[in-house]
Design a protein around this ligand. Sequence first.
Ligand SMILES: Nc1ncnc2c1ncn2[C@@H]1O[C@H](COP(=O)(O)OP(=O)(O)O)[C@@H](O)[C@H]1O
Ligand SMILES: [Mg+2]
Length: 264
Amino acid sequence: MATDVHRPVTPSPVSPASPDSPDSPETTVDAGSAVRVEGLSRSFDGRPVIDNLQLDVQPGEFVALLGRSGCGKSTLLRILAGLDRDIEGTVLVPRRKAVAFQAPRLMPWKRVWRNVLLGLPGKPERGVAERALEEVGLGHRTDAWPKTLSGGEAQRASLARALVREPDLLLLDEPFGALDALTRITAQRLVGELWQQRGCAVLLVTHDVEEAVLLADRVLVMDDGVIAHETRIDLDRPRDLTDPRFAELRAELLNRLGVDESSH
Ligand SMILES: Nc1ncnc2c1ncn2[C@@H]1O[C@H](COP(=O)(O)OP(=O)(O)O)[C@@H](O)[C@H]1O
Ligand SMILES: [Mg+2]
């Protein structure tokens, strides 16, 4: 079966089939999940990178995805974002979704606020961008040119661009990977706050185990083309890095990733 379904699963009563899959049998809305992936496979040049993968994300859930470099995390994220449809299997995602990558991908010839509105349907007003920029603490840079932003500011602008889409699913691909340690901590905190305020589901790809335990309800480890492991993070928020349980979960995940902590 090869079904390429990118269909809204937002809790709307009826889900119109997406134009690219009008005859697909799965027409019921599953308001119980934000993401449903079944039997997903993706190969490049005959080499399977994703191989019969299953994944469910609940509405409002924060899921972190770990895995060694090259294991297919970005490939999975791009598929969920609808950027890669050359797949086998079933992928159900909300209509309202947004993605932010490690590189902020701002157009240098457009001011920050115009970048934030880029690609939005209709003729959104400047105020829409201003509100999103306020939300990420960048209200004072609304009229700035992208090249004048620091790395952290550019990443905030990229987040604002995701937020104006009012996503039910926010897809983040190593968004803090290029930031220095201090800026990263601030940006992580911001994402945690935005998630709590917005209530959207988040899938965060990261290589940082601590970041995953800090932010996520559930941490997944991808390996061999599937979700090979999951750990539920049952710690209260805000999370305390000095909590022994935090260290335990971190160690367990590092172990899953094949990293021996004692060698650090
Ligand atoms: N467009 C593409 N064409 C060919 N190979 C690709 C393409 N995109 C990804 N790959 C390969 O798929 C594998 C997984 O890549 P990726 O999803 O980027 O890994 P990760 O994000 O986990 O580091 C890698 O071996 C990569 O080279
Ligand atoms: Mg990647």
